[in-house]
Ligand binder design. Structure first.
Ligand code: SF4
Length: 737
């Protein structure tokens, strides 16, 4: 057992709060305060504080399980790994490599996400890989790339928020999803700034707002267009900024002018005086921000909705300037890093595109393979899950629980059951692992080292603090062993720092360039913001660590930069070359000089309102929207194993307005059935005036009859392929007790 306190980070959300882990006499760890990390300064929510409970949970898996005679039974590691390799090899021989699906998670470290993408493409040869982060932030990523040429959730650090003049927070309940972040908004208001919250529910976050706008679910796009219309009509456009730093304004302006405030009021339910007040609050200060989260993003028009909010920022000169900008509050722990390094269907490491010949050449060279051997882009997450049991015959799944978290979950559960073979790596027997043919028990956050990239784009080192229990192995070891059994003996190291050194080289010259980052810098500097290109020659502060040196004695990360052709072909994403002998400091603030587009200008995208894929009708007259509660995290696979969290949030509920409850004859706690075209869920009523009368809300952390995702609609955004989690039509029925 390690004996000293270890500075590290929380295993859950993208805020990646700093914490210390100190050993206990019983051989476990306890969380202690770590005030030197500037994001949370020691503060933690209940999830982070109780995270060690999952390490020693009684339901922790410590032996591989193999299905035999219909039952999962304990097996040796060799038996389990041989079974997986044998099944994958046999299916590939009969059906081809694309019959092998791979599904990752937004909680995987950068090293694991990178290795999983490489494993899929180099070892399995399949294009069929994606990850659950697609369900998190893909619309914001697509919108950011369209407008700015680059996606990094926040293009500025959180510490800028208290210094700006106004923040519009769209569809984020961060008082419950990441409570320590609330202090930035409290400080904003203490400094004289204002907070506008857009949410159909009066959440704990909305209660902090100076102005709370409660639009009908699925109408955030119209709301943003109405605000832009008023910006134009009231002469608040920053003409000089638009002329100097943007393109495409006339088309976007014309689209916005078609959305009269009165028309927007009818669509959204937000009154014209409230629209005018929001415009005044946003435009009067010198600086302002718009931050979006899953509310506007998890829609079948999520990319356009993000585009509309970005247009508002651009028209008012609130992007690429100090203390101003558009940002996305990424949700999952490594949702940001997970989308940068290759587990996404269309990506290669460094946020490169899989269909870009120069990117393929660069990454193939790092991997030591023929670029032509790399498969092309595959299906998005929902489309991949929906194809299970058809042309995709097997699935290797890491760090995800789609039986609870996927939209139209009952259907996805059936698709998983229809597979020829399912292998799952997890720490507990999640609802998805319980369906598997082989389950591999893997290490957790405190038992392994690896990097995470927070919602700020800050790369962090999460350090091992405790020895893993007997019987578990890391995901990196799993991929190393499977690769060897499938005939690839080299290229899948088990040491995370060795993987990171390769990731540095693979990312060099890409939009998400990590080549100037080392583990040592991450410890010494408390994280580094990407892009952080390597210098042309090593200098003292970035001298290579032992594992950064290749077998031939050359530094692995620092010598690829000058003659790397992919760097030249990667376009203008980099914030400037790094002179020999200097160290790139990282990039906390993006776009201050230019945007990452070919001409350096931000691009307006002309967008127009359209209805949700499913609007209420006679049969399904009410909106359903879903979300999180403070004491649970995502599918609950970890947090539902913590007694204190279960006591605080024991199960699902249906939040509804008293008027709707009265129509149903329902009292607080009465069981209610919520029925959509996909299925039926039952949970007790929670009655509050803090929700629109036409809307019900369910949290999505639980399986079984209260599973909210039984109901949700998998209608996909045409660009991001994000499912429409946040709005569908349901009817609500009273149920006999
Ligand atoms: Fe962990 Fe997020 Fe809670 Fe911070 S806010 S302690 S990162 S779950």
């Amino acid at each position: 057992m390690e004996t000293t306190s270890t500075p590290t980070h929380c295993p859950y959300c993208a805020l990646q709060c700093g914490m210390n882990l100190s050993p206990t006499p019983e051989g476990g760890v306890e969380v202690t305060e770590r005030v030197d990390f500037p994001v949370n300064r020691g503060a933690l929510c209940g999830k982070g504080r109780t995270a060690p409970a999952v390490l020693s949970s009684g339901v922790r898996l410590t032996s591989p399980l193999v299905r035999s005679g219909g039952t999962l039974v304990p097996a040796t590691w060799d038996e389990a790994l041989d079974r997986i390799a044998g099944e994958l090899g046999a299916i590939r021989a009969v059906h081809g490599p694309d019959a092998l699906g791979v599904f990752g998670g937004g909680g995987l470290t950068n090293e694991k996400a990178y290795t999983l993408g490489k494993f899929a493409r180099v070892v399995l040869g399949t294009s069929q890989i994606d990850y659950n982060g697609r369900f998190c932030m893909s619309s914001a990523a697509a919108g950011g790339i369209k407008a700015f040429g680059l996606d990094r959730g926040l293009p500025f650090p959180l510490e800028d928020i208290p210094k700006t003049g106004c923040v519009i927070l769209v569809g984020s309940n961060l008082a419950e999803t990441m409570p320590p972040a609330l202090r930035f908004f409290t400080e904003l208001r203490e400094n004289g700034g204002t907070l506008i919250v857009v949410d159909p529910r009066r959440t704990r976050t909305a209660e902090q707002a100076d102005l709370h706008l409660m639009p009908r679910p699925g109408t955030d796009l119209a709301l943003a267009l109405g605000l832009l219309h008023l910006v134009v009509a009231e002469g608040r456009v920053d003409e000089e900024y638009v002329r100097e730093r943007t393109s495409g304004w006339e088309e976007a302006r014309a689209a916005a002018m078609a959305h009269w405030p009165e028309h927007v009021e009818r669509i959204t339910g937000v009154s014209v005086p409230q629209l005018r007040e929001a415009v005044r609050m946003f435009c009067e200060p010198e600086a302002a921000m718009v931050l979006t989260a899953r509310g506007p993003e998890q829609q079948s028009k999520g990319t356009d909705t993000v585009g509309a909010w970005i247009n508002l920022c651009l028209a008012t000169g609130r992007a690429g300037r100090p203390l101003s900008g558009y940002g996305c509050l990424t949700g999952q722990g490594n949702g940001q890093g997970g989308r940068e390094h290759g587990q996404k269907a269309d990506q290669l490491p460094g946020y490169r595109k899989l269909d870009d010949p120069a990117a393929r050449r660069h990454v193939a060279e790092v991997w030591g393979v023929d670029p032509d051997s790399l498969p092309g882009p595959g299906r998005s997450a929902y489309e991949l899950l929906d194809a299970l049991g058809t042309d995709i015959r097997s699935l290797l799944l890491m760090a995800s629980n789609p039986v609870v978290s996927a939209p139209r979950a009952a259907h996805i559960e059936e698709r998983l059951k229809s597979l020829d073979f399912l292998a799952v790596c997890d720490v507990v027997l999640s609802e998805t692992a319980a369906l598997a043919d082989v389950v591999l028990p893997v290490t957790q956050w405190a038992e392994e080292t690896g990097t995470m990239t927070s919602l700020e784009g800050r790369v962090l080192l999460r350090q091992r603090a405790i020895t893993p229990p007997e019987g578990v192995r890391s995901d990196l070891e799993v991929m190393h062993e499977l690769a060897a059994r499938l005939g690839v003996e080299k290229g899948f190291p088990t040491d995370p720092e060795e993987v990171f050194e390769e990731l540095r080289r693979a990312s060099a010259g890409g939009p998400a360039d990590y080549s100037g980052i080392t583990y040592r810098r991450l410890v010494e500097e408390n994280g580094v913001f990407w892009p952080c290109p390597a210098p042309a020659t090593p200098t003292t502060p970035t001298a290579p660590t032992a594992s950064a040196v290749d077998d031939d004695g050359e530094d692995a990360g620092l010598d690829v930069f000058p003659e790397d052709p992919a760097r030249d072909e990667a376009g203008p994403a980099q914030p400037g070359a790094v002179l020999p002998g200097t160290v790139h400091p990282g990039t906390p603030r993006l776009f201050l000089d230019r945007f990452a587009t070919d001409d350096g200008r931000a691009r307006f995208v002309p967008v127009s309102h359209r209805p949700a894929a499913e609007e209420p009708d006679e049969e399904y007259p009410v909106f359903l929207t879903t979300g999180r509660v403070v004491a649970q995290y995502q599918s609950g696979a970890q947090t539902r194993r913590v007694d204190e969290l279960n006591a605080a949030a024991p199960g699902p509920f249906v939040e509804l307005h008293p008027r709707l409850a009265a129509r149903l004859g329902a009292a607080e706690g009465d069981p209610l059935a919520v029925v959509s075209r996909r299925g039926r869920a039952v949970a007790p009523a929670r009655i509050t005036t803090g929700i629109r009368p036409d809307t019900v809300f369910m949290p999505f952390h639980w399986p079984g009859e209260g599973r909210a995702n039984t109901l949700t609609n998998p209608a996909l955004d045409p660009t991001s392929r994000m499912p429409e989690f946040k709005v569908c039509a349901v009817r609500v029925e009273a149920v006999e007790r």
